[in-house]
Design a protein around this ligand. Sequence first.
Ligand code: PXP
Length: 239
Amino acid sequence: MQPIKLGVNIDHAATLRQARGVDYPDLAEIAAIAEKAGAHGITLHLREDRRHIQDADVYRLRKTLTTRMNLEMANNPDVVRVALDVVPDEVCLVPERRQELTTEGGLDAAGQLEALRPTVAALAAQGTQVSLFVAPDRRQLDAAAALGAPYVELHTGAYANASGDALKRELDALHEAAAYGAALGLKVNAGHGLTLANVGPLLDIPNLDTLNIGHSIIAHALTVGMEQAVRAMLAAIRR
Ligand code: PXP
């Protein structure tokens, strides 16, 4: 069995930059550090409201990344246009609501088959591997297979937020969905809300290809990088 791969989502490095409208942190540098540390791919979400990742980031990172670019986006002509221009290695189609803090639910692929079909076909035609971000639900996995998407990404948000009996239920649902997806011939990724503390039990799920993890890694980077950053500023002011 192949070891599980890690896709590092760098959206929230851009959140920090956009909060001030400055040009740091440099996303290409952040991505390069993640790649040097062993990340198998870099994930970024071009949201309709452009709250973190900007179009220019997608174009620039397409040139600088040395691993796979996984572009997350809604099935919206405005962002699909960028994906058709940039030709990412992978596009993960996600649901999107403007008011949400983050991607709160899975894509209703089963309910939107006809709307998704042309987007999936256009991306596949240019060689982009399509993934659908879905809840661990057989109907949604059937829909992904019907659309000919090679990948699904199982939404782990409910698992990440659960405790007690619910936690066991959510973990069982992810196990079951991963096995069902693999039986349909889908490659199965997972992500959302994963942390150092909750990722462990997912490693027992056979057939998982890649975990896409962002917020907790960016937050942890602040903790582990703080000492070095303060020392650098002290050195600068004591020059
Ligand atoms: N996978 C998908 C499809 C997502 O939309 C997100 C959040 O943008 C992630 C993974 C990463 O989630 P988190 O930032 O909670 O690790």
